[in-house]
Design a protein around this ligand. Structure first.
Ligand code: ADP
Ligand code: MG
Ligand code: ZN
Length: 487
């Protein structure tokens, strides 16, 4: 082939904001109610109603814009985006066209030092659409159900420049963006539930070329993984086309999760198809510098800064710092535990390992963890003092996470204290040795493997409670005593 191709990707990300009420009316935004119970004349687009912009939604967007280092113009306005599809009862969506709330930001993805800058083109505010449910395949369904509970929910759209070079980078960008938005508490960002949605624009070009190729826009991906797969597939499809000497058609394609392919949906619409014009019912929005200042002063330490501080202050690996800072609650738990038990790497191992495993397996969020940092530090101290073996500590921790009980209480309740009593262990060892005389013989004749087996037997007889170190020493000693002939 000879020609190397490179991918060019730009993302359009929709984030549902966690306001209590909708973007232009006071209907609640809560999820899961009976269809069409959270609607009013405003979000249903009745004649004569007047929309009023939700101040909180604007503030949430501004916080995100500041975190992404955007420029925030002093005025912006809302526009009507006209289209005919029943998911909006008004036949238009209120959005922002040429004067968005924020522009020209950036997000540096990847590990610090070698990070890559992805420029943010713009961030604007709009309202979400309702949900359409077709009964059966869309082209053959007898009727379509409409639920307008979601119509009018505040939506923030973040558009990147075409700076993303691979599906992997797209994944990193989405992950970092989700973490930031999570820190700001402006959205719960769940792709599976639709509170974060991502359309991916993608084209290919000869490596090193400066001009952009013709792009397609891929929709309908509902997890980070499917974004990555859809992009991979679409890049391969486009490369195959151009290598055959054919042209990429500019169009919107949908990701088919079952077939793992992108399929054509519709030809790409142009801005003029939407006949944008300023919404005459909404005055332009003035964004005073004082207001922006006020929001800037409430921003928390962001994931990137926290990550850098964690590596520096606690001396933990870059990887650990990233995992521990992916949400605020985890980061706080880590810091509070380390304050009580000053061995950062040990705390990190337990949090990234057993604690995270438990949370994932049971689909529990860090903020709903049943134990406070003090209980984890107590458990770790019990391991250090030899009361609890490393292996049993895992069992105890799981029980702690399940019940919220402390390690000392659980150790007592279940009789899990590590056996460090030499006499008691000696007795078990003698027992095992007399039950396995041939193995003892074999060991004495130089078969090292027999030793491991004997250890295993002792551990089994003590239900794993024996201190492995002590068993090792005592068994060695006893075996030596068995071998008078060799002396
Ligand atoms: P539209 O409004 O039609 O969706 P925009 O010009 O706003 O189009 O671009 C949307 C997204 O597509 C942006 O993220 C942008 O970076 C990206 N994009 C534009 N041109 C290309 C291209 N040739 N290849 C890949 N992505 C592109
Ligand atoms: Mg688009
Ligand atoms: Zn309403």
């Amino acid at each position: 082939m000879g020609v190397a191709w490179e991918a060019v990707i730009g993302l359009e990300i929709h984030v549902e904001l966690l306001t209590r009420t909708k973007m232009f009316c006071s209907c609640p935004t809560s999820f899961g109610s009976q269809p069409n119970t959270q609607v009013c004349p405003v979000c249903l687009g009745m004649p004569g109603v007047l929309p009023v912009a939700n101040r909180r939604a604007v503030e949430m967007l501004l916080a995100t814009a500041l975190a992404l280092e955007c420029t925030i113009p002093e005025t912006c306005k809302f526009d009507r985006k006209n289209y005919f599809y029943p998911d909006m009862p008004k036949n238009y969506q209120i959005s922002q066209y040429d004067l968005p709330l924020a522009r020209n930001g950036r997000l540096v993805i990847g590990e610090s030092g070698e990070g890559k800058k992805i420029r943010i083109h713009r961030i604007h505010l709009e309202e979400d659409t309702g949900k359409t449910i077709h009964t059966g395949p869309i082209d053959r369904s007898d009727f379509t159900l409409l639920d307008y509970n979601r119509a009018g929910v505040p939506l923030m759209e973040i558009v990147t420049e075409p700076d993303i070079g691979s599906p992997q980078e797209a994944h990193e960008f989405l992950r970092d963006l989700r973490d930031i938005v999570g820190y700001l508490e402006v959205s719960d960002c769940k792709m599976e539930e639709g509170s974060l949605r991502c359309d991916a624009n993608v084209s290919v070009r000869r490596s090193g070329s400066e001009t952009l190729g013709t792009r397609t826009e891929v929709k309908n991906m509902n997890s980070f993984k499917s974004v990555q797969r859809a992009l991979q597939h679409e890049i391969e499809r486009q490369i195959e086309l151009v290598e055959r000497g054919e042209r990429v058609v500019q169009e919107t394609r949908g990701w088919d999760e079952a077939q793992q392919v992108t399929i054509p949906m519709r030809s790409k619409e142009e801005a003029h198809d939407y006949r944008y014009f300023p919404d005459p019912d909404l005055v332009p929005l003035e964004v005073s510098r004082e207001w922006v200042q006020e929001i800037a002063s409430t921003l928390p330490e962001l994931p990137g800064a926290k990550r850098e501080r964690f590596s520096r202050v606690y001396g933990i690996p870059e990887y650990d710092a990233r995992v521990l800072t992916c949400n605020k609650e985890m980061a706080l738990f880590f810091e509070e535990t380390v304050a009580l038990y000053p061995n950062p790497k040990t705390v990190s191992n337990w949090l990234m390992g057993d604690v995270s495993k438990y949370l994932n397996a049971n689909n529990i969020a860090m903020k709903d963890l049943k134990i406070p940092p003090r209980l984890l530090s107590e458990m770790l101290a019990l391991v250090d003092s030899g009361v609890l073996s490393g292996k049993l500590a895992k069992t105890v921790l799981e029980e702690m996470l399940r019940t919220g009980k402390s390690a000392p209480v659980l150790v007592k309740e279940k009789g899990l204290e590590q056996i460090t009593d030499t006499e008691a262990l000696e007795k078990v060892i003698r027992e095992v040795m007399s039950e396995h005389e041939t193995l003892v013989e074999e060991y004495l004749q130089g078969k090292e493997k027999a030793f491991k087996f004997l250890i295993g037997q002792v551990m089994q007889k003590t239900s794993g409670k024996a201190s492995p170190k002590l068993v090792n020493e005592l068994l060695m000693e006893n075996l030596k005593n068995e071998a008078p002939a060799q002396k």
